[in-house]
Design a protein around this ligand. Structure first.
Ligand SMILES: [Zn+2]
Length: 535
């Protein structure tokens, strides 16, 4: 699919942003060569530019930006109110998105036939106009630009998104049925640091959390420190075990050293840390009698590329952190331009990184819309202090997520198992996985399945094993990426994707039964502060 531009109209940064966004949908941006407009599905230009005025053919969809580029002072807040119209992606309908310092002109809507997609105050700022033959998306903002940036996520995040949003929505509409279908809306609220030493942790009271989880409709996962396994309250364990639909546990480093996953320059120390974290997690599980999701939540969010490589060698399902914490040690200039724009980012050894965001933040509503649009798991996070005032901030975050549509709240393992895009073509089901193990429910009419490598992943670097969950013993079948396999009787398939070249982490290392005394004492002091001194 091709979309035309006149390259002279754009700066280098704008062209880079347009090309990169089109790449998300498999659309090519081509210089308009004066050929027939039927060659193109769309064109991107400015309102009033002469070259495209005469261009029209049925089905041609134009995106026309405003030529403005001078923004109001940075302190000025602009609120876009989106209409409830089917042309907009569902998570945007009836929503409000606020951004500071974006330049907006007003669109003249007098005498126009068309739909208003968004307004600022009473003024329309996005419109879909039906011209003689083709239709036009008119936008009152300037085009996005990647000038001085390396990735789209730097211009599409909770703070800034309104420049890129029209382009993203427009290209998604152009791609239409050729686009991959994103995973459904799934969410999990993470709390960093709590343990199960008692049925409370600071401001968090687990029985009340269960009650609220049911009443308000949300699932919360405690990112718990493996070293804390030395004591488990039986009542707390029972409560978690009895309420797995609304409560779960994840792995938060090992000792909870400051920036723990960025602390170890030596490979041997990194291996020991990852191994010890898993061993302690297993010990924790033995006391709890239920499984802890093997999802790593790095202390203070940070993790170095070397540590990603190490964790990727162990059976962790994923890591979750915010973009900004990730960029601390993984510079945007070293990332693919589309990183954080797909259901998960894939680090070395097909190790998924799931984006999360602080729920006690002025941009939490923007963040959950972004995750929903991109098919990413919606993962708000916070600390026990954020649960004060009768959980008023939790309520706000949960309500804005549940207002996005039919959101399923679940634990992170379940989220990862459903983290794949799909496309049905006749009786074939095409699947693009963004997790190491996914579960696929095969629809009635489908007889064959094809697993594809996600963009930026080499097909040869991945190995796929499929087993039929309905068959006794679940025998595994090895298939290649892109290979068609027949599964006429299968209803539920389990697909494991692995990097065959990875050298697995050691299964046995010298186990440390007693943690280093200094780290243990520090953790006790922090826990005492959280439990007894926090407001
Ligand atoms: Zn922490």
């Amino acid at each position: 699919m091709k979309v035309a531009v006149n390259e002279e109209e754009w700066s280098e940064g704008q062209l880079a942003a347009i090309r990169a966004t089109a790449g998300l949908f498999g659309i090519r941006i081509c210089e308009y060569k004066g050929t027939q407009s039927e060659e193109y599905c769309g064109l991107i230009s400015f309102r009033g530019a002469a070259w495209h005025e005469a261009l029209s053919s049925p089905g041609l969809l134009k995106l026309l930006f405003s030529p403005c580029d001078e923004g109001p002072p940075k302190s000025e807040r602009v609120e876009f109110a989106f209409s409830n119209v089917p042309i907009l992606p569902a998570p945007l309908r009836n929503k409000r998105i606020t951004e500071f310092g974006i330049a907006v002109e007003s669109l003249d809507s007098s005498g126009d036939e068309g739909q208003i997609l968004a307004r600022v105050g009473d003024d329309p700022v996005w419109m879909l106009r039906n011209a003689a033959v083709c239709s036009e998306w008119c936008v009152a903002t300037s085009a996005p630009s990647l000038a001085g940036k390396c990735t789209l996520a730097e211009i599409f995040n909770g703070d800034v998104l309104l420049n890129l949003l029209p382009l993203w929505c427009y290209l998604k509409t152009v791609a239409g049925g050729h686009d991959w279908e994103a995973p459904s809306l799934r969410a999990c609220l993470i709390v960093d640091d709590p343990n199960l030493h008692r049925v409370t942790y600071g401001q968090i009271d687990y029985p009340r959390l269960v009650e609220r989880g049911r009443d308000w409709g949300f699932h919360s996962a405690m990112a718990t420190i493996p070293m804390d396994h030395w004591r488990v309250s039986r009542r707390a364990a029972q409560l978690f075990n009895d309420n797995r639909d609304v409560l779960s546990l994840q792995v938060h480093g090992n000792y909870h050293r400051r920036q723990e996953l960025a602390q170890y320059p030596k490979a041997a120390d990194r291996l020991k840390l990852a191994y010890q974290s898993l061993v302690n997690t297993e010990r924790y599980e033995q006391k709890l009698d239920f499984a802890i999701d093997r999802v790593m939540v790095p202390p203070h969010g940070v993790c170095t590329p070397a540590m990603f490589e190490t964790l990727g060698r162990f059976p962790f399902e994923a890591l979750t952190t915010s973009r900004w914490a990730y960029w601390n040690h993984n510079l945007p200039s070293d990332q693919a331009v589309d990183s954080f724009m797909r259901p998960a980012l894939l680090a070395d050894h097909f190790f998924p990184v799931v984006s999360r965001y602080r729920f006690k933040s002025p941009v939490q509503a923007n963040e959950c819309v972004i995750a929903a649009l991109l098919g990413q798991p919606i993962v708000p996070y916070g600390h026990h202090q954020d649960f004060s005032n009768d959980m008023i901030d939790v309520r706000a975050a949960v309500d804005s997520i549940n207002a996005l549509g039919d959101v399923q709240w679940m634990n992170m393992s379940q989220i990862l198992q459903s983290n794949f895009e799909h496309r049905a073509v006749g009786n074939e089901l095409h699947v693009r996985p963004y997790a190491r193990q996914i579960e696929i429910q095969i629809p009635e009419h489908v007889t064959s399945l094809i697993i594809h490598a996600p963009p930026n992943e080499q097909a040869g670097s991945l190995e796929v094993h499929i087993s039929n969950r309905d068959e006794e013993g679940h025998p595994r079948k090895r298939v290649d990426i892109g290979e068609t396999t027949e599964w006429s009787r299968a209803k539920k398939l389990s697909v494991i994707i692995r990097d065959p070249h990875v050298q697995p982490g050691p299964h046995r290392l010298k186990r440390r039964r007693i943690p280093p005394l200094g780290l243990f004492a520090r953790r006790l002091l922090v826990e005492a502060r959280d439990r007894f001194l926090s407001p």
